[in-house]
Design a protein around this ligand. Structure first.
Ligand SMILES: C[S@@+](CC[C@H](N)C(=O)[O-])C[C@H]1O[C@@H](n2cnc3c(N)ncnc32)[C@H](O)[C@@H]1O
Length: 272
């Protein structure tokens, strides 16, 4: 299989990738590169106002917390499987919180909504699943069209460590092993293959996810993959300029640390 035969989003349609998405991302949210991101997006909603639009909302990890904090929010995502998990979470929320949420299956490169937003967000590197520069521009133009004049846009992508992006470089995270507190089961995600294409700025990773019980018996196992496109800070700046956004602030984490190599690129932008 070549890199071009792979669906950049296969992971988000796979059974185990979706089922254990919150487990792996929750860990990244509490201990990893996006530590503090949910609280940060809630602060943004307080500062810039609602309604909020979340592109690539996934399982609603951020969306439900913004709604619970009192803000109206619309989430869109391309994956029926991720949206099904987001919808299932409604049953554990209050009627008030539920009334503030709407979810739609839409592609972030071509969506139209009959509403204008004060704030748009793209958390946790979801923008990087757009693997072509043209798709990136289309998504940013859709965001621009969806915002009120002077509306704000907050986006997080990783800042590439260049030694991880050259052909043959191994994965910086070859294995992650977590305990699912709901079942006591161990879930292991191993990188089977990493293909770096520095010309197109793409990284494709193939994973095997395995769930085993307390006795070590394998209960389920599945392969899937994703592709991410990385961009330097200056490339992102040009992209924002090209699509009608001005940079209000840029950080390297969710505690507002200044820009730094190899950490997050967290951008706060305003529609011009
Ligand atoms: C890393 S997850 C982020 C989910 C969520 N925002 C979070 O912070 O947990 C990436 C999400 O991007 C979605 N996605 C990828 N390409 C998309 C596209 N073209 N349009 C809409 N959603 C897309 C995937 O289905 C997946 O749910």
């Amino acid at each position: 299989m070549t890199i071009d035969d792979r669906d950049p989003n296969a992971y988000y349609q796979s059974k185990l990738g979706v089922e254990f998405y919150d487990l792996f991302t929750g860990d990244a949210h509490n201990n990893g590169p996006v530590k503090g991101d949910v609280a940060f997006y809630i602060e943004c909603a307080r500062e810039f106002g609602a309604p909020v639009l979340e592109l690539a909302t996934g399982t609603g990890r951020v969306l439900w917390q913004i709604a619970a904090a009192g803000f109206e929010i619309v989430g869109i995502d391309i994956s029926d499987e991720m949206l099904a998990l987001a919808r299932a979470k409604a049953s554990s929320e209050s009627a008030d919180t539920r009334s503030r949420v709407r979810l739609h299956r839409m592609d972030m490169t071509s969506f139209h909504l009959d509403q204008s937003f004060r704030l748009a967000i793209i958390p946790f590197r979801a923008f990087q699943h757009l693997t072509l520069p043209e798709q990136q521009r289309q998504a940013l133009r859709c965001v621009h069209r969806s915002l009120i004049p002077g509306g704000h846009f907050v986006i997080d992508v990783f800042d590439p460590r260049l030694e991880h992006c050259v052909p043959g470089a191994p994965s910086p995270n070859p294995e992650r092993r977590l305990k699912d507190s709901k079942t006591g089961h161990t879930v292991v995600r191993r990188v089977l293959e990493r293909i770096n294409d520095p010309v197109r700025q793409l990284v494709t990773e193939t994973f095997r996810i395995e769930e085993s019980d307390e006795g070590g018996v394998t209960l389920s196992s599945e392969e899937s993959s994703w592709t991410l496109r990385w961009s330097t800070r200056q490339e992102m700046k040009y992209l924002f300029e090209l699509t009608g956004f001005e940079v209000i602030a840029e950080y390297s984490d969710f505690f507002r640390a200044p820009p730094a190599y190899g950490k997050e690129q967290l951008w706060i932008l305003r529609k011009v």
